[in-house]
Write a protein that binds this ligand. Structure first.
Ligand code: SF4
Length: 217
């Protein structure tokens, strides 16, 4: 099988192993702010910091009007609050300036690459975040790669060590948002639960027969 067939097969194996997973989508601007808050921390702290932000200001529109210093005070719980507050302030100010509001629904009407480029123009927003917004908030076919997916797809021999994982995965996958959403969530789950950074649990991996890095004796 070639790599295109292999990634489709892997998607099918994971789908039957984990079952169809419910997708969650946030409002696009909330997704971007949450991503900035998630840098260098875990999901629990990220969510706590977001709640503190909304409890303190009431809405992201009001956060946009606050100073970076006030934002920093509200998000202390997540760490790196000074850097993150500047990024959040910069993002919200720029979106307000360009669009007149924080409504990003216009992205649904743009060609995918144009929408991606618009999102990527903000400091702190990379392909993963922009891809999550396009795939989960807008149901558009862009496959986002996080740290787990990067590690797992490398071990599986899908993405070469010098290749850009986003470019590679998006070249290989059919442009089907539902397939991409399921694969995205299942590869992350596999990375968290089985294909750990050190000591992957290959004996219990549903992909063991297809993995050149398997440590199963
Ligand atoms: S067989 Fe091992 S290395 Fe390969 S994907 Fe599964 S857990 Fe990871």
């Amino acid at each position: 099988v070639n790599k295109q067939e292999k990634i489709i097969l892997i998607g099918e194996l994971l789908l039957s192993y984990y079952g169809k997973t419910k997708t969650e989508s946030r409002d696009p601007i909330e997704e971007l702010v949450t991503t900035i808050l998630s840098q260098n921390t875990n999901d629990g702290n990220r969510d706590r910091a977001y709640r503190c932000l909304i409890d303190r200001f009431g809405s992201l529109e009001k956060v946009a009007k606050a100073s970076a210093n006030e934002i920093a005070q509200a998000i202390k719980v997540g760490g790196l609050h000074n850097q993150k507050s500047l990024r959040i302030k910069n993002l919200l100010t720029q979106v307000m300036r360009q669009r007149g509001s924080l409504d990003m629904s216009f992205l649904a009407g743009l060609p995918l690459q144009e929408a991606m480029n618009w999102l990527l123009s903000f400091t702190g927003v990379g392909k993963k975040t922009a891809g999550i917004v396009m795939l989960f908030s807008f149901n558009q076919p862009y496959f986002p790669v996080d740290t787990h997916i990067k590690r797992v797809t490398k071990r599986l021999g899908i993405v070469g060590s010098t290749e850009d994982p986003h470019n590679r995965m998006n070249d290989l996958l059919p442009p089907n948002p539902e397939v991409m959403q399921q694969l995205h969530m299942h590869l992350i789950r596999l990375g968290r639960e089985i294909c750990h950074p050190s000591k992957p649990d290959c004996v219990n991996c549903p992909l063991v027969e297809h993995c050149p890095s398997s440590t199963k004796p």
